[in-house]
Design a protein around this ligand. Structure first.
Ligand SMILES: C[S@@+](CC[C@H](N)C(=O)[O-])C[C@H]1O[C@@H](n2cnc3c(N)ncnc32)[C@H](O)[C@@H]1O
Length: 248
């Protein structure tokens, strides 16, 4: 495992343990970009959370990708970097009956937490898979919708992740992702910091680079909607974006 992957894995192993200890109604925020500019608070309606009996305190995301995708009963959904499982469990409810939601995550502590949350929520059409989002453990053309929440920025090889998302989607499949993007160049020093990479800042890329990776992989109609920004005085600016694209 590379230094960056290990920094990410170790941060989210620790986060899983903290989430497990929180009262059910607490909020831990999205990566390190918690605060008034983040736009994370309020991403989930109390109605949808009540359906599964969980709080958005278990989310480490930077938006709500499930609201981008118009999920339909019978569809297969895959969440890249599923963490404690909130987006998988919400998706599973929306694709029932007949559909299934998968989450892929590389951190054992997060997978254990997600499985416990699935049992608490009483959802039986969700599966959490151990694996890397650069090499997704699902067959070609097996998924209708790929979602992800504040994860692709953490990958060292974002182009590989986006190619994998394209591979597992069926023709006509949707890519519906919340992620952090670089809005003003980050300082070279900040880009090197592993803690800041694991905190969803230093691994961000500009929208043009993200868009090019989607187009190179074969996606059409890429759209970016920046819904919150965070200035980092003297060292750059990042934002939370909703990103949509389609496999032709
Ligand atoms: C910021 S958390 C987001 C978790 C979840 N999506 C949410 O919204 O709460 C990042 C998650 O992605 C996982 N992750 C990061 N990089 C990964 C990779 N390359 N392959 C698989 N999982 C990864 C981490 O283990 C962690 O659970």
């Amino acid at each position: 495992m590379s230094e960056i992957s290990e920094a990410v894995r170790s941060r989210y192993a620790g986060a899983a343990k903290k989430i497990e200890l929180l009262p059910l109604d607490s909020t831990v925020g999205c990566c390190q970009v918690d605060g008034p500019d983040c736009g994370c608070a309020g991403s989930y309606s109390s109605g949808e959370l009540n359906e599964i009996g969980l709080s958005d305190g278990i989310s480490l995301g930077c938006g709500n990708p499930t609201m981008l995708a118009s999920l339909e009963p019978g569809e297969i959904v895959l969440d890249l970097g599923s963490g404690a499982g909130l987006d998988v469990l919400l998706s599973a409810r929306r694709v029932a009956p007949g559909g299934h939601a998968y989450g892929v995550d590389m951190t054992d502590e997060m997978l254990a937490l997600a499985n416990r949350n699935r049992d608490r929520a009483g959802v039986n059409n969700a599966t959490f898979l151990r694996g890397s989002i650069e090499s997704i453990p699902l067959p070609d053309a097996s998924v209708d919708v790929v979602i992800s929440n504040c994860v692709i920025n953490l990958a060292e090889d974002k182009a590989a992740v986006i190619k994998e998302a394209f591979r597992v989607l069926r023709p006509g499949g949707r890519f519906a992702v919340a992620d952090m993007v670089e809005l003003e160049p980050l300082s070279a020093e900040l880009k090197q910091r592993l803690d800041s990479w694991a905190g969803c800042i230093s691994g961000t890329v500009p929208i043009n680079e993200y868009r090019a990776a989607l187009v190179d992989a074969g996606f059409s109609e890429p759209e970016f909607d920046v819904h919150a920004t965070q200035s980092l005085p003297g060292v750059g600016k990042v934002g939370s974006a909703y990103i949509r694209a389609r496999k032709p």
